[in-house]
Write a protein of this length. Structure first.
Length: 128
């Protein structure tokens, strides 16, 4: 089986061990090619301005590239600030943002359906 999640870290932060491949496969399938990028505030703000015409620094961004390929950016600087609001560990919050980004790549929008599916995935993968 080929590796279908490529992880890049543009920060000095340490990444947690998470089952990125298994989570991606559960949501998007094994054949979906995904690039997962960890970035800081400057890069996230730049991407948000350039591609979404938004002027705030996001915690995550998802970019579908085609039907079977996409990219997720997660802002590591937001993790320690936002994780307590969701009553998740920093590791758990990274997993939550990853799951959130995957559902956006699947085509879901914010709302009750997305919230329910996110919670189901957190339980399935025992993420706290």
């Amino acid at each position: 089986m080929t590796r279908t999640v490529a992880v890049t870290n543009f920060t000095n932060g340490k990444l947690p061990r998470l089952p990125f491949e298994y989570i991606k496969n559960a949501i998007l399938g094994a054949s979906y090619e995904l690039s997962l990028v960890f970035a800081g505030d400057r890069r996230m703000l730049s991407l948000n301005k350039r591609y979404r015409k938004k002027t705030y620094t996001p915690n995550t961004l998802s970019f579908p590239l085609d039907k079977n390929c996409g990219e997720i950016f997660i802002n590591l600087n937001r993790i320690p600030v936002e994780a307590p609001r969701y009553q998740l560990s920093e590791r758990g919050y990274i997993a939550f943002l990853f799951i959130h980004g995957l559902f956006h790549l699947e085509g879901l929008k914010h709302g009750a359906t997305m919230d329910k599916k996110e919670q189901e995935m957190l339980k399935q993968f025992n993420i706290r």
